[in-house]
Every structure is written in structure tokens, then in C-alpha cells.
Design a protein around this ligand. Structure first.
Ligand code: CP3
Length: 350
């Protein structure tokens, strides 16, 4: 009996579960305090520290899931990629040729990120809250590798996609093999759900997504299907891609704030929906935040729903607003039922 895992299994939970993308990070003073003592890579690569940062938001808020503190870039150094964070990822030598793609290694599973597996084991020993493992989707990782850093429109990467489609497929294949091995390692270490972050999928039209994005996400989810953990897919700004995304063999789709859950529900039959409060609502006055949260709860009510943001928590967010949101989501269903009824009585009565 766990609200997060039950909901991902398509069952009704006692309350709508809530966790937030980027719930561990810069908006928390205790994270910033650690960042004064350690570089980002040290936090990521030291299991005790990665476990500590994973647990920080759970100590403050009654979240229904933890997400492992790592980055979508975590598996790349083992492939031979040199990168740093400033604070976003910066690739020392962007991959822009067939020879650069050929030079990337597909590492042995144990070499990819042993520190992440160790951090997972430590978190599992410290909390009963379910732990989510994650990886970047191949198309999003390729966007950073080719562009060399974050970008508003990833123009270099999109030009590369048109100019060197065969090289891009080589790159995507290697990222997919590495990603599958990395995610399997996380599940073996104890991750109880996995999420694939495709933050930049929405840059592409449906044709390009069907050629360069979807097949690699499919392969990843198919490879993880036998492991018994629910699979969540996040694509940002991807309203135009939902007909394609509906074909994925995963349990849940995380929706950004641009499309109401009630609209998406019909486009994604059989899927659990996760989302989709606009992260900027957490910067709004309390009444406005709660109003926006209620709208998301109402729109999500047509089927299994895991409450989340439409994208990550912004660094300027006040932790007190997160507190207000988490408590509100947990009290929501109780408040909708006639006074004094239990969840079971309400179900029988309806
Ligand atoms: O709390 C969590 O969600 C777990 C940790 C996590 C981080 N990155 C830690 C981090 C997760 C799930 C990610 C995913 C990630 N990383 C994505 C996909 C989700 C998304 O937001 O679209 C992407 C695109 C990245 C790449 C990345 N890493 C960027 C763009 C940045 C820059 C700043 C930022 O926070 O967005 C990073 C660095 C990073 N990753 C930080 C954290 C806490 C900040 C580093 C710092 O403290 O200086």
C-alpha cells in the first residue's frame, strides 16, 4: 500500500501522490550549503553525499517519492565525454562528426556509474519512501552532446540532424545501449520506478521525433519491461507528439503545463498521467498557487494521476510554497468527501 506505486499500477490511492521534478536542488538552503563545500560532480559521485541530497527534500516535505540525486549527464564520462557544469552542462569537445561519434564507447554496465548504484542502496536503507531512478532520453542527450551546452533552440543540433542523419543514428544507438544498462543497474540496486527525461523532445516535429526520438525511447522501455518497475516518460513542450508518445510501452507519461491533463487523457489511453502544475505557480501568492493546484487536481481526476510540476522546481522557489503545495494536495480528496467519510465509504457511496 503506497500511494505513488499504487497509482502507477493504475489503482486508486488514499490520496493523490505528489513528488516534484528537481525536488532536490538549489531552492533548498541545505543543498546550497553543501554546494559551498563540494563541487557538483563531488556531490554526484560521492554516494554518501548523493544519498544525503536525495533525502533532503523528504526531511522537509511529506513527498510520496524520492528521486535519486544524479544528472542526466551522469553516464556520459564513462562513454569518453569530457564535461562540466556551469551550472548547466558544458561539453569540452562537442560531437559533430562521424569520427567523433565512432570514438564514443559503450561502457560495461558496472563502469557507467557505480556511485549511483551505491547511492541508491544507501537511500533505500534510510527511507521507506519509494525511490525513482532516472536517465536522459537519447535524443535529449544527443542534443547536448552535439550543441555542446544548453541552448534556446539547439540550432546546431537541429542542423546536424538534417545534415548527418546516419551519424546521429550511430550516436543515438550508443546512448540507448548505455542508457539501458545504466537504468538496469539502478533497478538492480533498488530503484522502484524509473523516469526517462526527454526535456528537448518538443523541439522536433512529429516526423523527426518518429525517426530520431521514439524508436530509441521504445527500445529503452522495452528492455526494462521485464523488471517489474513502472516506467515514466517526460517530454517537454510535446503536445504535438502525444499521438506518437501514446505508442510507448510505459506505464505513465509526465505532462508539461501547456496542455490540461483532461485534454491529454483522451490522447493517451491506458496511461497514468503525471503533472502538470506550471513551476512558476510556486512563485505566486498562496491563494493563486492553491487555485492553480486545484485546477490540476480537478483536470487529473479522470484517471490515475500523480501530482507533479510540468517541469522542474525553479531555483528561486520558496521552500515554504512547496510545503503549502504538498500539504494541500494531500488534503484535497479528503476535503472533497462529505465530512467524516473514509476513502472506502466514499468509494462505496459513489
Ligand atoms: O531533484 C531531482 O530532480 C534530482 C536531480 C536532477 C538533477 N538534474 C540535478 C541537478 C535531475 C532529475 C536532473 C535532470 C536533468 N539535468 C535534466 C532533465 C530535467 C529537466 O530539467 O529538463 C536536464 C536537462 C539536466 C541538465 C542540467 N543539469 C541542467 C540544464 C543544469 C543547470 C541548472 C539546472 O538546475 O537546471 C544541470 C545542473 C544540475 N543538475 C543542478 C542540479 C541540482 C544544479 C547544479 C548546481 O547546484 O549548481
Amino acid at each position: 500500500m503506497n500511494p505513488f506505486l499504487d497509482t502507477l499500477a493504475g489503482q486508486t490511492a488514499e490520496h493523490t501522490p505528489i513528488w516534484l521534478m528537481r525536488q532536490a536542488g538549489r531552492y533548498l538552503p541545505e543543498y546550497r550549503a553543501l554546494k559551498e563545500r563540494y563541487a557538483f560532480w563531488q556531490l554526484v559521485r560521492t554516494p554518501e553525499l548523493a544519498a544525503e541530497v536525495t533525502l533532503q527534500p523528504l526531511r522537509r516535505f511529506e513527498l510520496d517519492a524520492a528521486i535519486l540525486f544524479q544528472d542526466i549527464m551522469t553516464p556520459l564520462p564513462a562513454m569518453g565525454v569530457e564535461l562540466d557544469f556551469e551550472p548547466g552542462p558544458v561539453i569540452a569537445r562537442p560531437v559533430r562528426s562521424a569520427s567523433a561519434a565512432a570514438a564514443l564507447r559503450v561502457p560495461h554496465p558496472e563502469e557507467i556509474a557505480p556511485f549511483a548504484a551505491e547511492a541508491i542502496r544507501m537511500v533505500r536503507k534510510s527511507t521507506a519512501t519509494p525511490l525513482i531512478g532516472f536517465a536522459g532520453a537519447p535524443l535529449t542527450l544527443a542534443a547536448y552532446l552535439v550543441e555542446g551546452s544548453g541552448s534556446k533552440d539547439f540550432a546546431t543540433f537541429r542542423a546536424f540532424l538534417h545534415r548527418e542523419p546516419a551519424t546521429l543514428h550511430t550516436l543515438l544507438d550508443k546512448l540507448t545501449q548505455t542508457g539501458i544498462a545504466y537504468l538496469k543497474t539502478q533497478v538492480e540496486a533498488g530503484a522502484q520506478a524509473i523516469q526517462l527525461f526527454d526535456s528537448w523532445a518538443g523541439l522536433h516535429d512529429e516526423r523527426a521525433f518518429r525517426e530520431f526520438g521514439l524508436p530509441y525511447v521504445k527500445r529503452t522501455f522495452d528492455a526494462l519491461g521485464g523488471l517489474g518497475v513502472p516506467r515514466i516518460y517526460l517530454a517537454v513542450a510535446a503536445g504535438h507528439l502525444y499521438p506518437a508518445i501514446a505508442e510507448l510501452a510505459c506505464e505513465a507519461i509526465s505532462i508539461d503545463w501547456r496542455t490540461p491533463l483532461s485534454v491529454v487523457r483522451g490522447q493517451l489511453p491506458g496511461k497514468v498521467l503525471q503533472g502538470n502544475l506550471d513551476p512558476s505557480a510556486l512563485l505566486a501568492p498562496r491563494a493563486r498557487l492553491l487555485e492553480a493546484a486545484d485546477r490540476v487536481l480537478a483536470e487529473g481526476a479522470g484517471g490515475p494521476h500523480v501530482f507533479n510540476l510540468g517541469h522542474g522546481v525553479m531555483p528561486q522557489t520558496d521552500p515554504d510554497s512547496v510545503q503549502v503545495l504538498v500539504d494541500h494536495v494531500h488534503s484535497y480528496q479528503r476535503d472533497q468527501r462529505p465530512h467524516g467519510q473514509t476513502a472506502e465509504q466514499a468509494t462505496v457511496a459513489s
